[in-house]
Ligand binder design. Structure first.
Ligand code: MTE
Length: 394
């Protein structure tokens, strides 16, 4: 499919909370943002900052998740950015530091797209409660979605500015303001330089301006965000305004302190633990809904499965059990299969008179199988135990 950026006027005049820039006769933009939240089909898990996920049934309607069914995870305010004033800075270990407007960015670099699943590291956090309740947004399994992103490839921008010897990491800074424990800071991410330099269509890290053929909405990072295929959502920084090439990971709070897998709150341990990059092998039952009353001898079960985000991994097997994990029925993949994207699956399972749950587990092409119980970490990240929903027999 031919790729093109939205017209300059469309990108500069669209997006954001509701509607936006109204062009005057002279072509000047008279109004920038309205402030309506984009709820779409989402269930709010937190009102301020707005964090929301779709009912799971929505996720299996389309392999490409529509924007209004796509989860929103924001740590702070949604910034109101005037795309005409917007500039992206590129600095650090580069030969030619750069400050570039949005219009120049999309005019100077070729349009590139990638389809990638974004998932929050905190997805399924609420299930840790079975072990011990973890604080934070109580996500069920819907903080995940798959979309086609369009923008420019980070590698093209980095080649343009020239990366100096010694560069090992690329930092991303967002424009949002976050207040936690009386401290105020912005959101940042960081990825190893190798991930920034990938050139394949499926693996390329993007500076995205569009999601599913439309300008990014404000909640999803208008006017510019990173999309890092295979990495946890936290590395796909929204409202991106600065890229820094460095010899070390970003010191930003969300790289240095948060989004790490540690068993307890221990500063020394946190400091020496690497940030999470790739997501984890996972799957979930999306249909029927938890608590459903099932009649008859069989039920059609649908859901999603996702690899751990490593290049070249794919889902080899998805199995569903209606008898508490004693026997398993293989599911059929019903969606396209692509690197860094979830698969959707479906299976007809026989029920017994005693069926009181439906359980799913996935196995990937390396032979890795989802653990029955997710490993513990005190922040509640990367829950990937077998997904089990309760059902009743009618
Ligand atoms: N970028 C900024 N600037 N601020 C944020 O709070 N949240 C991150 C990431 N990028 C965040 C951000 C997290 S934790 C996730 S999971 C994804 O954005 C969610 O992207 P979405 O809201 O478009 O689904």
């Amino acid at each position: 499919m031919a790729q093109s950026h939205l017209s300059r006027r469309a990108v500069l005049g669209r997006g954001a909370l509701g509607i936006l820039a109204v062009a005057c006769g002279s072509g000047r933009l008279s109004r920038i943002w309205s402030a309506e939240p984009e709820n779409g089909d989402l269930i709010a898990r937190q009102a301020t900052p707005y964090n929301a996920e779709p009912p799971l049934a929505k996720l299996v309607e389309n392999w490409m998740t529509p924007v209004n069914s796509f989860f929103v995870r924001s740590h702070g305010t949604v910034p109101a950015i005037d795309p005409k004033q917007f500039t992206l800075k590129v600095e650090g270990l580069v030969d030619k530091p750069l400050s570039i407007s949005l219009a120049e960015l999309i005019e100077r670099f070729p349009a590139a797209s990638t389809t990638a699943t974004l998932t929050c590291a905190g997805n399924r956090r609420s299930e840790f409660a079975a072990i011990k309740k973890v604080s934070g947004v109580q996500w069920e399994a819907g903080a995940i979605g798959n979309a086609e992103w369009l923008g420019v490839r980070l590698v093209d921008l980095l080649k343009h500015v020239g990366v100096k010897a010694g560069a090992k990491h690329v930092w991303f800074d967002g424009s949002d303001v976050i207040t936690e424990k009386n401290e105020t800071f912005s959101f940042g991410g960081s990825i190893p330089i190798e991930k920034s330099l990938v050139t394949t269509a499926t693996g390329a890290t993007l500076l995205a301006t569009q999601m599913n053929g439309q300008a990014l909405t404000a909640a999803h990072g208008f006017p510019l965000r990173t999309v890092v295929p295979g990495f946890i959502g936290a590395r796909s920084v929204k409202w991106l305004n600065k890229i820094t090439v460095s010899d070390r990971p970003s010191p930003n709070h969300f790289v240095a302190d948060v989004y790490k897998l540690v068993p307890e709150e221990n500063a020394e341990l946190i400091a020496k633990t690497s940030p999470i990059y790739e997501f984890m092998l996972n799957s979930a039952v999306c249909l029927p809904a938890s608590g459903a009353n099932l009649s008859g001898d069989r039920v059609t079960v649908k859901g999603f499965a996702l690899t751990n985000g490593a290049t070249g991994r794919s889902i080899k097997l998805v199995e569903v059990s209606a008898d508490g994990g004693q026997t398993w029925v293989p599911a059929k993949v019903t969606s396209p299969v692509r690197d860094f994207c979830w698969v959707l699956w479906s299976v007809d399972v026989p029920l017994t008179s005693k069926t009181d749950s439906l359980i799913v587990r996935a196995t990937d092409s390396s032979g890795e199988i989802q653990p029955q119980v997710s490993p513990w970490n005190y922040k509640g990240y990367q829950f990937n135990g077998w997904h089990k929903i309760s059902v009743k027999r009618a």
